[in-house]
Design a protein around this ligand. Structure first.
Ligand code: DOR
Ligand code: ZN
Length: 351
């Protein structure tokens, strides 16, 4: 049922971001405050160079994140380990038991930014996956095949059939998160799977389709992976996000690259949405007549799937004059353009 009286103020539990790229060094320093301003926790992607593979690397990266956090802010990074064909099941289990690693991240080799160390032969990582199933440790999955024969717009749907279904059949107790889903196919697969499967949805995939990326000129700041699909897929994502179904929750995939790295003949994939994500989401949920479902998507469904308590604190979103946010931010690594939703935002996160 739709919201009846117009809502102009919404108080929700403090959100978490279940898929976030913070990078390292100057970039980390520059982008972290934007996430920490609104989010209590985030699942931190391990695709650094070199990737975060071992428990020790995750511990060190976590310390660098905490050192980059401005004094007055509080934020909890939930670390992930990058799955390689050499990953040791015992190392993973120990890192989980010690609270160092919340989840493991599976990148098919070559799927996206810094994924060269990812998995080529899925049989080789089966012992790790079996161990994770045994201890209840979640697997975050970048769900795209990397086969150059497969059209880039089909890579997610093909991954489900060729890789994810077989893995889930062999290791049915493995708790999987299909990340940044972009297709009706993925939404249907998650919806039709009663157990041990959930999906994150990004802010930008709820807003842009492939026309926004390509029609009338190529827009590098909308290029991300998985690439935005047709409008019917975007609509399926919005329906899933606003449905309240506990298997869908926010993972922004905010993925900063400097403008020089984006604006070149072979530019990097990633949309930097951390500064305006919540304002964007409020617009999307309001347009769907489902503002009251925002809290489940941003603040309740994720913790429930990860078996963590939801945050006790709250934030308020207030509707008013257009929100101002920087077109780009300056980091020590260079300028980073902020995601432009293409419409004005009216929902402020109250200070
Ligand atoms: O657009 C993306 N950017 N997708 C990914 O999977 C990786 C990310 C990045 O690290 O830049
Ligand atoms: Zn990502």
């Amino acid at each position: 049922m739709s919201d009846k009286t117009p809502i102009t103020r919404l108080t929700i539990r403090r959100p978490d971001d279940w898929h976030l790229h913070l990078r390292d060094g100057d970039m980390l320093q520059g982008v972290l405050p934007y996430t920490a301003a609104h989010f209590a926790r985030a699942i931190i992607m391990p695709n650094l160079v070199p990737p975060v593979v071992t428990a020790q690397q995750a511990t060190d990266y976590r310390s660098r994140i905490m050192a980059a956090l401005p004094d007055r802010m509080s934020f909890t990074p939930l670390m992930t380990l990058y799955l390689t064909e050499d990953t040791d099941p015992e190392d993973v289990a120990q890192a989980h038991a010690a609270g160092i690693a919340t989840a493991v991240k599976l990148y098919p080799a070559g799927a996206t930014t810094n994924s060269a160390s990812g998995v080529r032969d899925f049989e080789k990582v089966r012992p790790v996956l079996e161990k994770m199933a045994e201890i209840g440790m979640p697997l975050c999955v970048h769900g795209e095949v990397t086969d150059s024969q497969i059209d880039i717009f089909d890579r997610e749907a093909v991954f489900i059939d060729r890789v994810l279904k077989p893995i889930r059949k062999k290791v049915p107790d493995l708790r999987v998160i299909m990340e940044h889903v972009t297709t009706q196919d993925a939404v249907d697969y998650v919806r039709d799977t009663p157990k041990n499967l959930a999906a994150t949805i990004t802010t930008h995939h709820l807003i842009i389709n492939r026309n926004n990326l390509l029609a009338g000129g190529i827009r590098p700041h909308y290029y991300c992976l998985p690439v935005a699909k047709r409008e019917r897929h975007r609509i399926a994502l919005v329906q899933a996000a606003v449905s309240g179904d506990p298997r869908f929750f926010l993972g922004t995939d905010s993925a900063p690259h400097t403008d020089p790295a984006k604006l070149q003949p072979c530019g990097c994939a990633g949309c930097f949405t951390a500064p305006n994500t919540l304002s964007c989401l409020a617009e999307v949920f309001e347009a769907a007549g489902k503002l009251k479902a925002l809290e489940a998507f941003t603040s309740l469904n994720g913790p429930a799937y990860y078996r963590l308590p939801p945050n006790e604190e709250t934030i308020s979103l207030v509707k008013g004059d257009p929100v101002t946010y920087p077109e780009r931010i300056d980091t020590g690594a260079g300028p980073v353009t902020v995601f432009d939703p293409g419409f004005s935002l009216h929902w402020h996160v109250e200070a």
